[in-house]
Design a protein around this ligand. Structure first.
Ligand SMILES: Cc1cc2nc3c(=O)[nH]c(=O)nc-3n(C[C@H](O)[C@H](O)[C@H](O)COP(=O)(O)OP(=O)(O)OC[C@H]3O[C@@H](n4cnc5c(N)ncnc54)[C@H](O)[C@@H]3O)c2cc1C
Ligand SMILES: Cc1cc2nc3c(=O)[nH]c(=O)nc-3n(C[C@H](O)[C@H](O)[C@H](O)COP(=O)(O)O)c2cc1C
Ligand code: SF4
Length: 640
């Protein structure tokens, strides 16, 4: 057995856990349209159970149709759901993990378009951009309590070992707990004991229904961050004490709200970002406490040693690599695909056109069955051009399959745009992806030739069986008077420190790169203005990160000027036409171009028409994201 408390068995209620790593509930949207378990659901959970977590808490599952908050969310609201849920328990148990399920009612976050019923809540207060909920009646409160108890009975029928009552994250139970969403004047509103009443009734009903057979616990917010009048750490501690008195076997402490560090892309990496509130609850109760929030196994070990929590939940990092527990136990940390905390998976929860969460670094997430890497029938000589994420992932997968792979990178180091992407504030989280891929390629014997620019000639001379072009992009230079002036530089060069800027800077382009470069410069004390033709800054940035980024820019004194037209660049600065039609010079020492990128397709054009098999992947097809680059690298590596 590996050394450390993390690997010691633990008795949680009636469950004997093989170690202290828990997979927390994460909605996947892999269910059927009606909420039934699919093959995709089974394969996803089986991979995580096989990977070594001791307890898998199946995602938030609606106990009543009226509580459905996500398309393709799993349900447990009648007996029709039992066959699928029973199979789910089987695949989790097959690998020695215990199976629990999170019981959920969305309350005001539920959507009538999914449920066919109007949402209900303690008070008629909608979430931003949400539907106006109807105030839940006294009778409906009793019905909702019964829905949780009946769902727990079904969980027992399906063979689950435990149930987690979802009392966190702004859903129905939490809507009662938080004074910010509960304005009732009856026994369920007002004082904290009144606001706790619904949770405690649910706990008692669930315990009565299944408490003799299943382990029963609840998840609560240790604090609502950035919510006026929201749950304080002291409120959470009191709620935990009351939940314990009501018979709960454990408490799972999370964090919630627009400023919750567990949801923000804080630079502080993998140390446990909400541990102060977890620890507060731990001190308030005697039942075991599960901690969560950007906890790496190493940080988890320290947390256990110092008694700040009893079990460590690891969420997104298990989406990125389901084998994280096994690899850690085997001392193979360098083989773990690192979560880069980009929040792409969270954004997918709400995107209407997306069917199921995806991961930027793990192309196999939600496609576990189709993504098994199968040895190549006939090993080939594969030449990959470009050492960005697309080229490196293609090289990794091709080499795992037994192909002989050579990678040409014209720069002095691999990484492509990831090297620049990891430089702005809050982006150091991307750097581990480059080290991971580089290490894997070295271990797999891929020949990485840096400072080597591939040309049609060198490629033809090498006579490979397959060529994969992953050549990325070139910066787009807008056709504007003055753009070739000495005061104009590229954002990428600024980030890499290849050029310096004066104290007054104007950035041309307000997409991700422009905004992030502006923040990078503002942190150096520069006076920065970001300009954009389009009406909104950072419009392409995912929902979870965008507000946070824009708030930081404003807080750092950066001027944001969307909706303008560009006129010219002069030695004095940038001349624009404002949204109101006024011509104006923004005085600046340096103009930074972040005007977008164009596919780097020169090599493809030179090679096209030849006889060698050629594939193009990543940004050189169309500038996009890390997720597209990794997905295409994986796909082509698995296909050739
Ligand atoms: C500042 C910045 C921040 C970003 N932030 C994010 C983010 O937060 N999230 C996100 O999803 N995306 C982000 N991106 C975009 C992301 O980095 C790219 O989408 C991704 O790197 C594309 O991968 P790729 O492998 O296709 O191309 P690249 O990463 O561009 O790699 C291409 C490589 O090919 C090499 N090459 C080109 N021609 C040749 C040749 N002839 N011979 C040898 N080598 C050659 C280049 O030197 C380069 O290393 C960011 C980009 C930048 C610049
Ligand atoms: C895609 C996604 C879905 C989630 N769904 C749930 C959920 O169903 N129930 C829940 O309580 N928390 C949910 N969470 C929060 C996680 O359980 C976890 O608390 C959070 O990701 C922080 O842990 P981590 O930093 O280890 O990822 C979800 C998080 C993500 C990223
Ligand atoms: S999508 Fe991003 S945040 Fe989510 S697991 Fe993958 S790397 Fe981590």
């Amino acid at each position: 057995m590996p050394k450390g408390l993390l690997w010691e068995p633990f008795q949680l209620g009636k469950m004997e856990l093989r170690n202290r790593i828990v997979m927390p509930p994460m909605v996947t949207r892999y269910g059927n349209d009606d909420g039934k378990v699919t093959e995709r659901t089974l394969n996803y959970y089986e991979a995580r159970a096989r990977g070594g977590a001791s307890l898998i808490i199946v995602e938030a599952t609606f106990v009543h149709k009226q509580g459905q908050a996500f398309a393709n969310q799993l349900g447990i609201c009648d007996a029709d759901f039992l066959p699928g849920l029973s199979r789910l328990v089987e695949v989790i148990h097959r690998h020695g993990a215990k199976a629990a399920i999170q019981l959920h009612h969305g309350g005001r976050t539920a959507r009538s378009v999914l449920s066919g019923l109007p949402p209900i809540a303690p008070s008629p207060l909608p979430i931003p951009d949400g539907e106006m909920p109807r105030e839940i009646t006294g009778k409906e409160i009793g019905d909702a309590v019964a829905s949780f108890a009946n769902a727990a009975i079904r969980a027992r029928q399906a063979g689950f070992d435990g149930v987690e009552i979802h009392g966190a994250h702004g859903y129905l139970i939490d809507q009662f707990l938080s004074a910010a969403s509960n304005q009732r004047r009856d026994d369920y509103g007002g004082s904290l004991p009144n606001r706790q009443r619904f949770l405690l009734e649910v706990i008692k009903a669930v315990k009565e229904a299944v408490g003799n057979d299943l382990t029963v616990w609840c998840r609560i917010n240790g604090r609502e961050y950035g919510v006026e009048n929201g749950t304080s750490p002291e409120d959470a501690q009191d709620t935990a004490r009351q939940a314990q008195a009501a018979g709960i076997d454990a408490i799972h402490v999370s964090g919630y709200g627009p400023a919750a560090p567990n949801n923000l892309t804080t630079p502080k990496f993998a140390t446990g970002v909400i541990m102060e509130v977890v620890e507060g609850v731990k001190q308030a109760v005697t039942v075991p406490v599960i901690g969560v929030g950007r906890i790496s196994p190493q940080a988890g070990e320290k947390i256990l040693e110092t008694g700040r929590a009893d079990l460590i939940a690891i969420g997104k990092a298990l989406l990125a690599d389901p084998d994280l527990p096994e690899k850690t136990a085997a001392d193979r940390e360098e083989d773990i695909t690192p979560c880069i905390v980009c929040n792409g998976c969270r954004d997918d929860l709400r995107l209407p056109d997306v069917v199921g969460i995806r991961c930027s670094v793990n192309a196999a997430l939600g496609r576990e069955a189709e993504s098994r890497i199968i040895p190549a029938g006939k090993p080939k000589n594969v030449l990959i051009v470009g050492g960005g994420p697309a080229g490196m992932e293609a090289a990794r997968v091709a080499a795992v399959r037994g192909h002989r792979v050579t990678l040409y990178e014209k720069d002095t180091r691999p990484g492509g745009q990831l090297v620049q992407a990891a430089i702005p504030p809050h982006k150091d989280r991307i750097a581990p992806l480059v080290s991971y891929l580089e290490t894997q390629l070295k271990k797999l014997g891929v020949e990485i030739m840096t400072s080597t620019e591939a040309t049609a000639n060198t490629i033809n001379q090498a006579r490979p069986d397959v060529v994969i072009l992953a050549t990325g992009v070139s910066p787009f230079v807008p056709g504007m008077p003055g753009v070739t002036g000495a005061n104009v530089v590229q954002a990428g060069d600024v980030l890499e420190g290849k050029v310096t800027t004066g104290d007054r800077v104007v950035v041309i382009g307000g997409a991700l790169v422009g905004c992030e470069t502006a923040e990078f410069l503002a942190d150096q004390g520069k006076k920065v203005t970001v300009t954009r033709r389009g009406p909104e800054m950072a419009a392409e940035v995912g929902l979870s990160n965008r507000d946070f980024l824009l708030k930081r820019l404003v807080a750092k004194g950066i001027t944001l000027l969307p909706g303008i037209k560009y006129h010219e660049i002069t030695p004095q600065g940038l001349v624009i036409i404002t949204a109101e039609g006024e011509t104006k010079t923004i005085a600046a020492d340096t103009i930074v171009l972040a005007a977008g990128a164009v596919p780097e397709s020169t090599l493809y054009e030179a090679l096209a028409g030849g006889t060698t098999e050629i594939h193009c992947i990543g940004d050189c097809v169309k500038p996009r994201t890390i997720r597209d680059a990794i997905a295409e690298g994986f796909r082509i590596g698995a296909q050739i």
